[in-house]
Ligand binder design. Sequence first.
Ligand code: GDP
Length: 398
Amino acid sequence: MDQDKEYVGFATLPNQVHRKSVKKGFDFTLMVAGESGLGKSTLVNSLFLTDLYKDRKLLNAEERITQTVEITKHTVDIEEKGVKLKLTIVDTPGFGDAVNNTECWKSVADYIDQQFEQYFRDESGLNRKNIQDNRVHCCLYFISPFGHGLRPLDVEFMKALHEKVNIVPVLAKADTLTPLEVKKKKIKIREEIEQYGIKIYQFPDCDSDEDEEFKQQDQELKDSIPFAVIGSNTVVEAKGKRVRGRLYPWGIVEVENPAHCDFVKLRNMLVRTHMQDLKDVTRETHYENYRAHCIQSMTRMVVKERNRNKLTRESGTDFPIPTAPGVSDSETEKLIREKDEEVRQPPHTQTQEQECVTQECVDQECVMHDECVQESVQEECVMQEESVQEAEHCAELC
Ligand code: GDP
C-alpha cells in the first residue's frame, strides 16, 4: 500500500535545512570565568586548537589589588570540512583577583544582560534579517583544584548567574590531583551544588528508544560533572606520537587521554553533542526570562503613564461649570451637572479591568500585548468621547 504512494519530495527537507545552515554558518559564544591563573586561556586554546590570546597583557600583583572585572571578547572563524563556525570567547579577567571581591560577578551579569538587551532591541526593530546574535550560550566556570570544594565566591557567582546562562562547572588543573582526589572532589562539588540550590546546565534526558551504548555514554557524561580538565599549549612526544600534553620530570600528561582527564568529554559535549541544545536553552529559557521581565516592566510603565495622563486630563477640566445668573438650579441644570460629573469621573472599574488585561497579556507575545494596550486605550477614548457627546447633546436639547 505504502509503495503505491506517489513520492512528493518533502523527504528532502532535512537536506535543504542542512544546506542552508551550512551556507549561513554557525555561531557560538562561550564564556570562561573563574579566578585568574586557573588555566582558562590555555584550555580555550586547547579546545579549539587556536591561539586566541596572542596579545594578552598580564597584570602584576599591585595592579590586581583594585582591579575590576573587565570583559574581553575574542572572535575566530573556524572551518572544518566546509562547515564554518564563528566562535566568540568571552573572558572575565580579574574575576576574584581584587582584595575585595564583593559583587565582582556583577559586571559579568551585566554583560550577559546587555547582550540580551541588544538582541531584544534588534528583534523589535525594522531590520530583523541580519541580527548579530551575541547572547552567551555557555559559561565554563573554573573551580580551583586546591580548595576543599566550592569557595563562597564560586557559590555567589553561580547563584547570581544561573538564571541567565548555562553554567558548566569544570575542575581546573586536574593533573595536580590523584585520581582518587579527583573522584572525591567531584562528589563534594556536586553535593554542594545541590545543597546551595545552584542550577547548572542540565543535560537533556536521552530518549528511551536510544540504544544501550548511547544511554551509558549519556549517563557517564552526567556523572563527570564537574569535568576535570587539563590544558596545554604545547605538543610533546609520547609513545612515538605527537600529542598535546604537559611534560613533567616524572612523565607526560596527555590532554586528550580519557584516562588522564575529561577534556575529550568536555570538547565532545560542547562541540559535537550539545552545542545546539546549549543554544536552544539560551533562547528558550534564559532569553525568554529576560524578555518576559522586560515586557512586564514596559507594561507597568505604560499603565503608569496612562494613569498620569488621566490625572492631567482631569485637572485640566476641573473648572466649576458657570451657571447663568438668576437661573435656579433646575432639573436641566442638574442633568447637565450629572453628565458633566460623569465625563470628569475616571472610568474606575474599567481601568482596573484594563490593568488586568494588560497584566494577563504580559505572558503572551509582544505584538499581542501591544495590540491589547492600544485597544484598551482606544476603547477608553471612545467611551470618553461618547460621554462628552451625550452631555453636549443633552445640553443642546435642554
Ligand atoms: P588564566 O589566567 O585562567 O587564563 O590561566 P592561564 O591559561 O594563563 O594559565 C596560568 C598558568 O597555569 C600557566 O602557567 C599555564 O601554563 C598553567 N596551566 C594551564 N593549564 C594548566 C593545567 O591544566 N595544569 C597545570 N598544572 N597547569 C596549567
